[in-house]
Design a protein around this ligand. Sequence first.
Ligand code: MN
Length: 297
Amino acid sequence: MKREPWPLLDLPIDAPPDGPSDDPPDEPPTPPRAGDTLRVRTVWISDLHLGTPGCQAEALLDFLRHVDCATLYLVGDIIDGWQLRRSWYWPQAHNDVVQKILRKARKGTRVVFVPGNHDEFARRYVSHNFGGVDVVEDCMHVTADGRRLWVTHGDLFDGVIQCARWLAIAGDVAYEWTLKFNRWFNRARARLGLPYWSLSRYLKLKVKRAVSYVGEFEAAVAREARRRGADGVVCGHIHHAELRDIDGMLYANDGDWVESLSALVEWPEGRLEIIDWSARLGQRHPSSTLSAEVAAR
Ligand SMILES: [Mn+2]
């Protein structure tokens, strides 16, 4: 199998070698626009889609500058390898995001990268550490108040959604088989030069049925989290931030940085909250990004 380069390592690293006094000033010269620093225990962000015009890198940089956390989870679709393979798009702001994350890792933040479908190339580096970033397939996070949260990107469940109707009839064996089949299916599509079958894109195209598909996705993720003995799940993938209870399981989706500009945080005492950074920036919530977003996938 052809090995692809690890984009993070191929990027020009402008920062000087590690050392507390060597780092250039971190904060912009202008005063913060979005208030004081958020001091939280944990931050989850996903679906940045760095390498596509849809990524709102400036807003993300602003968020990263104003948040301080012990652990930062990158919950997949961080760098859009699918899109970069087609055409190279890498403006300075996207580089700045990567540098900012690597800097946090150097300064003591534990950074955990859970690859998604758009950065699936990183899944072959699972259980490695790059520049202070741990790459894992998925993981279990324990909150300050002792809840176990399964952290996964969520693309594993695309196949379940595609086949939801007959899976409901066929039962558990077919369900587990579909979970396994999904990744193989999309790898095969990639070899044939076909684009990734994206649930979130599919949702946009089937707007009338989107609500039920979102519900099926959420139920499927929560069900798997329960099977794994967790108290809840944190995922991304469908670009739909959410924090709610599903049959006694906590379902948390950290949203995205293409449309909603949202993150999930855990406060020091263990409480979870979705941060809507578009509101903090005083921006109107982008409502008609459909065409740009579809083009970005
Ligand atoms: Mn995804």
